[in-house]
Design a binder for this molecule. Structure first.
Ligand code: SF4
Ligand code: SF4
Length: 668
């Protein structure tokens, strides 16, 4: 036996050096690639306490994973069960080299308690794996990756757990072998007696134990070498990715220095132009498909799948790893768009509504939109390539600063006769109402603006508007990749607002709200911005707005993406509706709050034709109609228009209103 131990210890040592060596080499290459890409992104390690909280919530409590309760629970079983087995596996590795080693000798009580715990919960890994197999072999949801990689990982994990139990079942019968663990085992001890292992001869038991040992060790080392090249790279990348996720202004768009004369390119044109965080995102993907499942573009038959984008870009990055790491000629790298790839082409990037459903649901906090919007930016600024119907929109924005091309001099005409003061005459009001393009020029939007004005007057608020001095907020141009045009309009608004120094800015549109609150600070404009639904609820709460609640019947509320997922405003619209409707809370749709489906207008999609698949607003309207409510409400003029069209298309007759229009009625 002594000779065997010597042979074993040499072989195990060699295997460990080789296995861990290959692992380190493969991980090092992934890190080199992450650091070699050309895109710029500042590395910020701020708000450590907040970041630790995010780690606890997303990794320890698995809060995002559990948004899909059954698969989430199965993942939890696998994750924690697998982790629990690892100290024991490490002990086995060391024992292979020096067979007398036992952690129990160092921490006697602690290790015995740990082993009992691990032995009890490891079986749940098999339960979780069983469910994963069921989903892949029987249920087969369209969005779930079901390739060789996924199945191989299930196999690796299952073999590690089974060999853990078989090793311990034999070990329970061999108290002289290493050290006595028989009192620290639960399931393994039962397995040993259930399988009648005590009836085997001692030498057979030792052979069984040794075979289990080698299977366990070789599988773990194989898995370790396999991880950096597989989807399980997320085991290494996900925790840093969650820790480094953007905090504070969670989702400001990347600001491009368009004045940079040395820049070879703007946006994302080639895989080498990713930034380090994009690469960490790609490495972190678990291919769970949740993003695809929620994506309104994918759900309505468009070619966009956020999961496939991540997977395609990851392969593209790895395929061009040598050129990128060696700093070679990037001419050798083909452009991302135009390769005829089904997962990343012009139809894909222009199908996105920027709804953020993908990012919101992603358990590892991947920023899909950085990839999509930077690609649009590159297409527009470098290739002058965009959907043909956007040409008119860009011209209108450039010439008249609104997407319809109305003369900007008429921007204040909607409130003629309403006695609304202009900032030019009344420059220091308590509130500046930033009306926005839809609120100024679109018929539906004007009705909402008038309702907002009526409520402000009823509450006796001292306010003014900019009128013809106001420009489009820049959101539409930014999200459609025309960063040059967007920055022109943003800078013009910021300059003007900085002159007036408004005490507070009220917006009637979530797109104005989002960009002014979250993106204007990058351009030197930091303002106190409030969305009208939040503001009106505050007025009622503070007793500054008297209302006369009425029975409006059943009301449902559509969460606009830029109010909900972009800015987490979910509760106030509901509270406001409840107060207005005599205490009756709104009827919730099956998909609401952070699960709400987009209306289809965001990301400048309002001004693009929707020629592929079914219309997103029609699908959302079906969900709205299924509530059988009397009125559907929103807090966005674009959503109101899209829902109205969708409901008409579905032959529905449900009324569509902004909550401000309900509030006006309750104000008498
Ligand atoms: S932002 Fe919305 S539309 Fe765009 S990829 Fe994500 S889920 Fe799909
Ligand atoms: S991007 Fe996120 S949600 Fe989508 S498949 Fe990857 S891990 Fe899952």
């Amino acid at each position: 036996m002594e000779k065997y131990y010597i042979f074993k210890s040499v072989l195990v040592a060699l295997l460990l050096i080789t296995g861990f060596g290959l692992f380190v080499v493969r991980v090092k290459r992934r890190v080199q690639l992450m650091l070699a890409v050309k895109g710029k992104k500042e590395f910020k390690l701020d708000h450590i306490q907040a970041r630790i909280k995010v780690l606890i919530s997303d990794v320890i409590r698995q809060s995002n994973v559990l948004r899909k309760p059954i698969p989430g629970f199965a993942h939890m079983l696998i994750f924690f069960g697998f982790l629990a087995v690892q100290p024991h596996s490490i002990e086995m590795m060391v024992q292979g080299v020096y067979h007398k080693f036992a952690i129990a000798d160092v921490f006697p009580g602690l290790f015995s308690g740990y082993l009992k715990f691990a032995d009890t919960i490891a079986v749940f890994v098999l339960v979780g794996l069983g469910y994963s197999l069921y989903r892949r072999l029987i249920k087969k949801p369209k969005y779930l990756s079901n390739g060789r990689d996924a199945k191989l990982i299930i196999l690796f994990t299952a073999v590690i757990i089974v060999s853990f139990y078989s090793y311990n079942s034999f070990h329970a019968l061999l108290p002289d072998y290493g050290h006595d663990v028989s009192h620290s085992l639960t399931i393994s001890a039962s397995l040993a007696s259930g399988l009648s292992l005590p009836s085997l001869s001692k030498s057979s038991q030792v052979i069984g134990l040794e075979i289990s040992y080698w299977i366990h060790l070789l599988t773990i080392l194989g898995f370790l070498i396999y991880i950096p090249g597989s989807k399980h790279l997320h085991l290494l990348a996900a925790i840093p990715n969650v820790f480094l996720k953007p905090l504070g202004v969670e989702k400001a768009m990347i600001k491009t220095d368009i004045e940079d004369e040395e820049a070879e390119s703007f946006g994302l044109g080639k895989i080498s132009e990713l930034n380090w965080k994009n690469v960490l995102d790609l490495y972190s993907c678990t291919e769970c498909g949740r993003c695809q499942e929620r994506c309104p573009a994918d759900r309505t038959g468009k070619p966009l799948s956020p999961k496939e984008i991540i997977s395609h870009l990851k392969h593209e990055l790895i395929d061009h790893g040598d050129v990128i790491i060696n700093g070679g000629e990037t001419e050798a790298i083909p452009p991302l768009i135009g390769q005829g790839n089904e997962h990343f082409n012009a139809d894909v990037i222009w199908s996105c509504t920027t709804c953020r459903a993908c990012e919101d649901v992603c358990p590892v906090n991947i920023s899909h939109l950085d990839l999509l919007l930077e690609s649009r930016k590159n297409q527009v600024l470098m290739e002058a390539s965009f959907p043909h119907e956007m040409q008119d929109t860009f011209n209108n924005l450039e010439n008249q600063s609104n997407p319809w091309g109305f003369s900007n001099d008429l921007r204040g005409d909607w409130c003629k006769g309403l006695n609304v003061p202009l900032m030019t005459n009344h420059s220091e009001p308590d509130l500046l109402y930033f009306v926005g393009c839809a609120g100024s020029f679109d018929d539906n939007g004007i009705k909402i603006s008038k309702a907002i004005v009526q409520v402000l007057k009823k509450a006796g608020i001292d306010f003014a508007i900019l009128g013809p001095e106001e420009r489009c907020n820049g959101d539409m141009a930014r999200r459609s990749g025309n960063e040059y045009l967007a920055q022109m309009m943003i800078q013009s608004n910021v300059e003007l607002l900085n002159q007036y120094k408004p005490k507070k800015i009220l917006t009637g549109c979530p797109h104005c709200y989002n960009i002014m609150k979250n993106e204007y600070p990058d351009f030197g404009g930091t303002f106190d911005v409030v969305h009208h639904l939040d503001y009106f609820y505050q007025l009622i709460e503070q007793g500054k707005l008297e209302i006369n609640p009425q029975s409006f019947g059943n009301i449902t509320f559509h969460d606009s993406c830029y109010l909900g997922r972009w800015n987490h405003i979910y509760d106030t619209p509901r509270k406001l509706l409840t107060v207005l409707n005599q205490g009756r809370p709104p009827v919730e749709m099956n998909e609401s709050k952070d699960n709400a489906m987009c209306c289809g207008a965001g990301g400048a999609r309002m001004f693009m034709e929707e020629t592929i698949g079914s219309r997103i607003n029609n699908e959302r309207a079906k969900q709205v109609l299924s509530t059988q409510a009397d009125i559907v409400t929103a807090g966005c003029p674009f959503c109101v228009t899209m829902l109205r069209d969708g409901i008409a298309e579905n032959s529905g007759s449900m009324a569509v209103k902004d909550i401000a229009q309900i509030l006006v009625q309750a104000c008498g």
